[in-house]
Design a protein around this ligand. Structure first.
Ligand SMILES: Cc1cc2nc3c(=O)[nH]c(=O)nc-3n(C[C@H](O)[C@H](O)[C@H](O)COP(=O)(O)OP(=O)(O)OC[C@H]3O[C@@H](n4cnc5c(N)ncnc54)[C@H](O)[C@@H]3O)c2cc1C
Length: 315
């Protein structure tokens, strides 16, 4: 199998540490690691993994994953397909384009629609798959269509409706399809205003989020206000936010449960933003997982809600 993959997928590397490919800077090595520089490479790598009957995993910006200390026992396909094209107000972007690049480049052209994503780490593919959102906006707001690779290796183009976007979810996430590219509809706007808004979001994140430590963003999704008991809804009504439906910030619940600063090994519930776990130095995935389980248990005990994990464990 080893020699097969090297013959079938020139450029594939063996035993590559995944920690540097994640914003958490945690995790063991990939047995095989391949950088897909364009859409053809992605399709080819998936086809080879299937031929070799090897598990595979798609990694892009690495900003929403926790890689196991043991690493990944198959092929990691790192998406670096980074072409994009603007035609009037329509933007086509391959899955590996960073959201940072898009926000910056369309801002320069005075095109509105992605200002909410100022400071959002990760790629177009990751954002589409998870319907990333912040500051009242979501990727779905601008998507027209998405090209993706289905489970049989066929390329399909899905309309926005077919993408079935919902809160941090999409058809691609449910079905495990690979996003190859996306087309967005933007609007002409005031360049200075658009750039200012994106910059304000970046500054807000710097101030409120523990970006001084490696992390993977919010560990849990926010909690649906409607899921709390009547008694708790009354108590929590002043902290409810719209995101895009009424939610109770998970950070608030973690803070109220007295879990800020809780530490296992070098992993810590952030003091600055308690829905973040930060890597204080050489944290192991095992420590992060134990911390996550502890937080889930305490929140369940105190608020009778089950926290839903946003970051994905890869093993
Ligand atoms: C500091 C910080 C702040 C954050 N703030 C926010 C926020 O405000 N809002 C928000 O929604 N998220 C936020 N996140 C989470 C993260 O940025 C998003 O989920 C992002 O969209 C993930 O993209 P990625 O390219 O890094 O994906 P990765 O971490 O590489 O992958 C995440 C998942 O997506 C899959 N994936 C990646 N690319 C593709 C593809 N092309 N096709 C199919 N599957 C794919 C992977 O297999 C994996 O399952 C934050 C993260 C950090 C570190």
């Amino acid at each position: 199998m080893n020699s097969d993959i090297h013959n079938l997928l020139p450029g594939v590397k063996t035993n590559v540490s995944l920690a540097p490919h994640t914003t958490f800077n945690i995790g063991g090595a990939a047995r095989y690691f391949f950088i897909a520089k364009n859409i053809k490479d992605i399709i080819e790598a998936v086809s080879v993994a299937k031929k070799c009957k090897m598990p595979f995993f798609v990694l892009a910006g690495g900003s929403n994953v926790l890689i196991s200390d043991k690493g990944f026992p198959g092929l990691v396909i790192k998406i670096q397909a980074t072409s994009y094209k603007l035609q009037a107000t329509r933007l086509y972007a391959e899955a590996g384009v960073s959201m940072e690049t898009l926000v910056r480049e369309i801002g320069k052209k005075g095109l509105a629609g992605l200002e909410w994503a100022g400071g959002l780490p990760g790629s177009v593919g990751g954002a589409v798959r998870g319907n990333a959102g912040a500051f009242g906006g979501e990727i779905k707001d601008s998507v027209i269509s998405v090209a993706a690779l289905d489970e049989k290796g066929n390329v399909k183009t899905l309309s926005k409706k077919q993408c079935m976007f919902s809160y941090r979810d999409s058809f691609f996430k449910k079905k495990n399809w690979i996003v190859l590219s996306a087309t967005f509809q933007l609007q002409k706007g005031n360049k200075k205003k658009i750039q200012r808004e994106a910059k304000e979001h970046i500054a807000y994140r710097k101030e409120k989020h523990p970006l001084e430590y490696p992390n993977a963003g919010s560990v849990f999704i926010n909690c649906d206000f409607r899921k709390f008991s009547k008694e708790l809804r009354e108590k929590l009504k002043d902290v409810v936010k719209t995101d895009p439906f009424p939610i109770v910030p998970t950070a608030y619940l973690i803070s109220e449960a007295g879990l800020k600063g809780l530490r296992i090994g070098m992993a810590q519930v952030s003091e600055k933003h308690p829905n973040y776990v930060v890597n204080l130095g050489a944290a192991r995935a095992k420590d992060v997982m134990r911390l996550i389980e502890k937080v889930k248990k305490e929140i369940k005990k105190k608020f009778s809600v089950a926290l839903e994990q946003e970051i994905e464990l890869v093993s």
